[in-house]
Design a protein around this ligand. Structure first.
Ligand SMILES: [Ca+2]
Ligand SMILES: [Ca+2]
Ligand SMILES: [Ca+2]
Length: 156
């Protein structure tokens, strides 16, 4: 009985002795990194990074932050890069034209439905992707051009 009553106090005093906030934050970032690094090569490739992202996020949004965090441009996030970017949370959101170019995997200057899917929430079912694609593809060419996507003229 006595022990049980004392327990909350004991927990509180342990918390007070916990390391500083930033060290604790690094600790949880490091654990996040280790969990995400599925092949244990001490770096995160874009696939491992994307697995950390909620499915409500678009692929292009995640890749924009991945690229921002990847300071040495080797397409991998080291633990140092992961820490420096607060776990890939820095870098903000891509502009319309940045989204377009990230999504345009074959660099054709237009988006097919699969490329277009990268610009909207990953959780969207395929039929919704196609419906949204159809709305953007005003001239029914089966491709979404930068203009149809809404990229401002002059930013290309
Ligand atoms: Ca890895
Ligand atoms: Ca890197
Ligand atoms: Ca394309």
């Amino acid at each position: 009985m006595h022990l049980l009553k004392l327990l909350p106090l004991a927990v509180l005093s342990t918390l007070a002795l916990a390391p500083t906030a930033s060290a604790a934050a690094n600790g949880s970032l490091d654990r996040r990194f280790e969990k995400a690094d599925l092949n244990d090569d001490s770096s995160l490739d874009s696939t491992e990074f994307l697995a950390l992202e909620p499915r409500s996020k678009a692929w292009v949004d995640a890749m924009h932050r991945f690229n921002a965090a990847d300071m040495d441009d080797d397409d991998l996030l080291s633990l140092t890069e992961f820490r420096a970017s607060n776990g890939g949370k820095e870098g903000g959101k891509p502009s319309k034209s940045e989204k377009f170019f990230l999504a345009d995997a074959d660099e054709s200057g237009s988006l097919d439905p699969e490329e277009f899917a990268r610009t909207i929430a990953q959780a969207k079912p395929w039929r919704k992707v196609l419906r949204e694609f159809g709305r953007k593809d005003r001239d029914d060419s089966s491709f979404v051009t930068p203009q149809e996507f809404g990229v401002a003229i002059g930013t290309l």
